[in-house]
Design a protein around this ligand. Sequence first.
Ligand code: ZN
Length: 118
Amino acid sequence: MALQIVNLVLNEAKKNQAKKIVEVNLILGKFTFLGKEQLRFSYKILTENTIMEGSTLRIKELEGKVRCKKCGYEGPLKHENDLAFHFIIPTLACPRCENITEIIQGKEFFIKNIRMKS
Ligand SMILES: [Zn+2]
């Protein structure tokens, strides 16, 4: 995932003939189950010896939200703050009525913007 980001940024930099990447702003939904620290670590390694080396990676996390068609519940899942939740595939049961819900927020993973120097 970090590799995708780095490749995307390098591509953009090329298009804009940038010489240096200053900052990358990333949006990361909680339902992607990507660890922020893991991402930062990979980013640092992957950007070494590129024009991205030393750039700031800012990650904005988006809460996971679901919607229940049956009772109208909209909000986080019950187990979201449970540590174990991050290691299992979440059951998308509604916290109110246990009906299956749909994800309305939290699967996002994209670059919001890039600051570069030409
Ligand atoms: Zn419900």
